[in-house]
Design a protein around this ligand. Structure first.
Ligand SMILES: [Zn+2]
Length: 441
């Protein structure tokens, strides 16, 4: 160990000078270190510029970088790619400041904190952890009965007759009114039976995000069967019709697919790890990694010169002609740049010629944008390196729409062997979505 450098509380994103970071770079440059150890790559380099500087130096001086979340070998192209993706993702996090608080809340939810506020849930004491055996038994029995075909209204009658008091009815009681009628309705019973809390699942913003710290009353399989039978209340029209179409809070929920069953996955958690999982629990893919790979692939595709071509179908004459024309104009722009660089034309000639070529390129791309869903592409300088920064700043909903339009993300079950798990890289398979004329119109 040569030295320890700490830039405490100076966020790498503020643009403030970070003296310790500077002295690390100086030490690398002076070849005074063999390896840099950091907690996480984004603790070292919050900006892509920092990272590129480090990559150049590390390559030059043969310095390794180790982080608590795994070594990153900046001397290989794969290592550099991973580092760049990590930095891009870190950057996105920094820049989406509004999203931060939401993330913090989600993280707390994922840890299974007890959520206070409101009435105690039926089945639990006021601490929301301790099970009330009599109520829990009623819930378990009802679950079995309903799955066997008993009507919800019948269960409601039984619960009322047994003197079980619904949470809602209990508020009135606490407020000093006379002891309420049990007040169970079919809807009330259903709300209990499809509430993920009873299977120990913590819900945040409509996504199931973790395992609760409280005792569960229903088994997961039982709960899932009930949801399937009774329908997800969040998706049903009716009392919540105004808020229908809740927005997923994660990049790949409802988009990536389980390779085994072909169903889309959703944000979940497995043994404390945030994952994407399918309903049947075939896959539990690390959420951060799957998203990181997707971000990286999207940036890669959208930065390609022919990015627009990826988004539009082939086989339509008009579109193919526009593609070819756009390709011609791009080639011309390249050619002009070479001529300028070789001093074979003046800056003035270059400016005039490129302005004309750019106009023609724009014109050629217009029908392409229409077919590709132009709205999705606003604010993205396709085919340039600027896409990287623009992509990470896009609202989640737009990122999701673009991922859906461009990629097929498949998640692969990691196998049963605990000791010898499948490498992360093999658990996420990303392919170009084949755009056909039929699916685009
Ligand atoms: Zn599956």
């Amino acid at each position: 160990m040569v030295d320890e450098q700490v830039d405490n509380s100076i966020s790498a994103s503020t643009g403030k000078e970070r003296p310790a970071w500077k002295s690390v770079l100086a030490m690398v440059e002076a070849r005074a270190v063999d390896i840099i150890v950091a907690w996480h790559i984004d603790r070292m380099t919050r900006s892509m510029l920092d990272l590129e500087e480090l990559i150049l130096l590390a390559e030059d001086a043969g310095v390794g970088v180790a982080t608590a979340s795994g070594d990153i070998d900046l001397t290989t192209d794969v290592g550099r790619m991973v580092a760049r993706i990590l930095a891009a993702v870190a950057r996105a996090e920094v820049e989406r400041k509004a999203a931060r608080q939401r993330l913090a809340n989600a993280a707390r939810a994922a840890e299974g904190d007890v959520h206070f506020g409101g009435v105690r849930p039926f089945g639990y004491e006021n601490d929301r952890i301790t099970v009330i055996p009599r109520e829990a038994d009623a819930i378990r029995k009802a679950a079995g009965d309903v799955l066997a075909g008993k009507a919800l209204a019948e269960v409601a009658r039984e619960w009322s007759a047994a003197g079980l008091i619904s949470s809602r009815a209990e508020i009135g009681w606490e407020k000093g009114k006379r002891k309420p009628k049990a007040g169970w309705s079919a809807r009330g019973v259903k709300n209990v039976l499809v509430n993920p809390r009873y299977a120990g699942i913590r819900v945040y913003n409509g996504d199931e995000v973790g395992t609760g710290v409280w005792q569960k009353i229903l088994e997961l399989e039982e709960y899932l069967a009930l949801v399937q039978l009774l329908g997800d209340p969040r998706r049903k029209k009716g009392e919540n019709a105004g808020r229908s179409g809740r927005k997923p809070q994660s990049l790949l929920t409802g988009i990536a697919r389980c390779q085994k069953c072909g169903e889309t996955v959703r944000a979940a958690s497995n043994r404390g790890e945030l994952t994407y999982s399918c309903r049947m629990s075939h896959v539990h893919t690390n959420r951060e990694y799957a998203e990181m790979r997707t971000h990286g692939d999207m940036i890669d595709r959208l930065s390609r010169p022919d990015a627009l071509g990826l988004l539009v179908p082939s086989g339509i004459d008009e579109v193919d002609a526009a593609k070819a024309e756009a390709e011609r104009q791009r080639a011309k722009l390249d050619q002009l740049a070479k001529l300028l660089a070789a001093d074979l034309m003046t800056v003035e000639q270059f400016t005039t010629a490129t302005t004309a070529a750019r106009e023609k390129l724009k014109e050629a791309e217009l029908p392409l944008k229409k077919v590709a869903g132009g709205d999705l592409l606003i604010g993205l300088d396709l085919g340039t390196s600027r896409v990287k920064g623009q992509w990470v700043e896009l609202p989640l909903e737009r990122q999701r729409n673009l991922v859906e339009a461009l990629l097929e993300v498949a998640l692969v079950p990691r196998g049963r062997k605990r000791r010898d798990p499948m490498p992360l890289a093999e658990q996420v398979v990303i392919e170009d979505r084949k755009v056909t004329a039929a699916s685009a119109t």
